[in-house]
Design a binder for this molecule. Structure first.
Ligand SMILES: *Cc1c(COP(=O)(O)O)cnc(C)c1O
Length: 468
């Protein structure tokens, strides 16, 4: 063995203590460090010929790279929809690497069983039915992709062909109807060979991102001659967290034939709050459902789950038939269910946090985030020069400048905030805007007050400068 490697092996318990202390220091500083640091990016170094061992690697990482990393796991990183890592999820992730299971087959241990237990817990958490089988994937984009791959196979079944066997060319024209689909949906359609153009944008309700049911029904009726189609319903849009009426959409299947996929990447967590659970009423009726876990469950990247009622179609698409993997059987191994072959025991971080804090603990996180979003929404409403673009329905505040809301001025406003908070830009109905999304387990009312104060000061400054 290389002497450096042997030395690290022999000193491992001690080295891990050093790493643990370093990680504890990072986490202790997370709430106070600049959310997006102004530090310069290091230049790339050449590949080291000789290594200096773990301790030197840690020191160099800390000196060269850490100053430029953002506090994205911290409480005032409100860009995109970003979760942090609960203490138990962190432990689960460390254990995932320590055990380093290849969770793809059940030939060698209990990994798959732990995954199934965790899926069962998540199903209960989101109020799904026992018939919705789940599999871990890397993120909501992959979850939407797997869901739509199963939908594609279902379309084939309706036409008496198998796209998994004969290619998408075997299918007639594919239509995917959606009100305000996330950008990952056209991406998934591109990957699946169906093509981005298959996505038909259905009108949304006036001033809303929720689909207009009459327009959806008309689109279904118009396309009836072309045969069954796919509807992507949205449970939590990223701009204004709007929800399609899932139960009403599902009921349309009595008259029209379509596969119902629901993108509930973070909206599914509304189910944890009794006051908001009605927003996802009907989720249990979907044929496939996408839920992200690295957002509001606060497990580390990358983690999401894909649920479907048709695991048989899923295995038709993703089966990886090889003599060494054994037969499919009644409960197929995950190697037959997702795009990956080898994969980490991704369920473990979710298992840890659910085991440690339970439904109540995660409900408290969700409700606290909703409370923070409400409070920031009220502060925005009370700030001269700012304008809310939508009511705060759940955990996102979408707002813009009252006067001359150009993308440049909003970017300047966001940049002013950056030591204190990170917000991301968007465009809603043609109006450039900013979004603040709350999904971190550590965010408190105090953080919200700090963000509101920084926002008010920056808006005031911008307004004064503008008048000059
Ligand atoms: C975040 C998000 C996605 C994509 O999720 P990734 O985990 O980044 O792949 C898809 N849909 C919705 C509604 C989202 O919020």
């Amino acid at each position: 063995m290389h002497p450096r490697l042997a030395a690290d092996r022999d000193g491992l318990p001690h080295l891990l203590e050093t790493v643990q202390q370093h990680a504890a220091g990072v986490l202790a500083g997370l709430c106070e460090r600049e959310v997006v640091p102004a530090a310069r990016l290091p230049e790339p170094d050449p590949l080291p010929g000789h290594g200096d061992g773990l301790r030197a690697a840690l020191e160099e990482f800390a000196a060269r790279w850490e100053p430029a990393l953002s506090a994205s796991a911290g409480p005032r990183y409100l860009g995109f929809v970003t979760g942090g890592v609960t203490p138990a999820a962190l432990a689960g992730d460390w254990m995932t690497a320590a055990w380093d299971q290849n969770s793809f087959s059940s030939l060698d241990g209990a990994g798959q069983h732990l995954e199934r237990e965790t899926i069962g817990w998540l199903r209960t958490l989101f109020g799904l039915s026992d018939r919705q089988h789940g599999t871990f994937v890397s993120g909501a984009t992959m979850s939407n992709t797997v869901g739509l791959a199963i939908a594609r196979e279902w379309l084939g079944e309706q036409q008496g062909v198998s796209p998994a066997e004969h290619g998408v060319g075997a299918l007639g024209p594919v239509r995917v109807l959606s009100g305000a689909a996330h950008s990952s949906v056209p991406k998934a359609l591109a990957m699946l060979g169906v093509g981005r153009q298959a996505l038909v944008r259905v009108a949304t309700r006036p001033g809303r991102e929720a689909v207009d049911l009459t327009a959806l029904e008309q689109a279904l009726a118009r396309g009836e001659a072309d045969g069954p189609c796919v509807v992507v319903a949205n449970a939590g849009t990223v701009n204004t967290v709007d929800f399609d009426d899932l139960r009403a959409i599902a009921a349309l299947r009595e008259r029209y034939s379509f596969w119902l996929h629901v993108d509930a990447a973070f909206g599914a967590f509304a189910a944890l709050s009794p006051a908001h659970a009605h927003l996802v009423d009907g989720l249990e009726l979907a044929d496939s459902v996408c839920v992200d876990l690295h957002k509001w469950l606060n497990v580390p990247y990358d983690s999401a789950v894909q649920f479907t009622r048709r695991p048989d179609l899923q295995t038709r698409v993703f089966q990886n038939a090889a003599a060494y993997l054994g037969p499919l059987g009644d409960t197929p191994d995950t190697v037959h269910l997702t795009p990956e072959n080898s994969r980490r025991l991704r369920a473990l971080a979710a298992w840890f946090t659910l085991r440690a804090y339970g439904r109540d603990g995660h409900r408290e996180i969700v409700e606290r985030c909703i409370g923070c979003a409400r409070a920031l929404g009220e502060a925005v409403d009370d700030t001269p020069g700012l304008r809310l673009l939508a009511p705060v329905r759940l955990n996102v505040v979408c707002f813009t400048l009252a006067d001359d809301p150009t993308a440049e001025r909003l970017a300047a406003l966001a940049e002013q905030l950056e030591p204190v908070a990170f917000l991301t830009p968007t465009v809603l109905d043609g109006v450039p805007a900013l979004r603040a999304a709350f999904s971190n387990w550590q965010t408190t009312e105090t953080d919200t007050r700090r963000v509101a104060a920084a926002l008010q000061a920056a808006t005031h400054e911008m307004h004064t400068a503008y008048q000059w």
